[in-house]
Design a protein. Structure first.
Length: 254
């Protein structure tokens, strides 16, 4: 077993002299290896420092660029787009509540008197929340104008996690497919609509519409399943108050 030798220690015999030489040799090798490794690392850094600093610079530029984009471009653009959407949304609201619907929906879509419509917002403010919401409003406007293919196009471009707007968009697409006599597509979107969110407003509505569409397709078991969900889970909904009639007709037809 090796013993610690104080500094300045002098060997007393040949055996101790040999042990001291071996220890010093081993120590020299260890420090030599460390020095060589450090030298190789320093040499590698020296050779590649422009790439290293370049990589660090790229990361810094990306991070700062993202923060700058959020602060100085995206946020102000969102605010501007929201402001520009104000008049289009007013026309849309008037169309929903008014009588001269088609002309008001057209104004909402295309704008008037130098004010942007939803189509302008979508085109000029791509990537903003306002443009995304304009897709929903444009789709619903086209749906109410009986322009079903356009309604599908814009509603499919709308994305949201909102518990009400999400199902309404899916349900709007389904309604358009019903009018285009594509019930299979309609059923799929009605199912997406009631699955997107569980609430007292949209869920029973689209369960009911899915049941009606399934019944028209001859899928009576699926229709009965959806009608029973309305009865069991949403008895106080508008659909729930009359659902027994639809259940009774299906059960009597078995």
């Amino acid at each position: 077993m090796a013993t610690y030798k104080k500094r300045g220690y002098k060997p007393q015999n040949k055996k101790e002299e040999q042990e001291l030489e071996e220890t010093q040799s081993t120590t020299a090798e260890v420090f030599g290896s460390l020095d060589a490794g450090a030298s190789r690392t320093e040499a590698w850094v020296a050779r590649n420092q422009k790439y290293i600093f370049g990589g660090i610079g790229i990361v810094a530029v990306v991070v700062l660029g993202f923060l700058g984009y959020q602060e100085f471009i995206k946020n102000p653009k969102n605010i501007e787009a929201s402001n520009e959407s104000f008049f289009a949304q007013q026309y849309f609201n008037e169309a929903v509540n008014g009588t001269n619907k088609d002309s008001l929906y057209t104004l909402a879509l295309k704008g008037a008197e130098g004010k942007y419509g939803f189509l302008d917002i979508i085109d000029k403010y791509k990537g903003t929340d306002a443009a995304n919401l304009a897709n929903y409003s444009a789709g619903m406007a086209y749906l109410n104008m009986n322009k079903y293919q356009e309604a599908i196009t814009y509603l499919q471009d709308f994305s949201t996690k909102d518990a009400i707007l999400g199902p309404l968009a899916k349900g709007g697409i389904a309604d358009a497919f019903v009018q285009l006599d594509q019930p299979e597509d309609a059923l799929g979107y009605y199912e997406d609509a009631f699955a997107a969110s569980k609430n007292e407003f949209t869920t029973p509505r689209f369960l009911f519409k899915a049941g009606i569409t399934a019944q028209e397709l001859g899928k009576n078991d699926k229709a009965l399943k959806y009608f029973n969900r309305v009865k069991d889970e949403y008895p106080n909904s508008e659909e729930g108050r009359t659902i027994d009639i639809y259940i009774g007709k299906l059960e009597s037809s078995k």
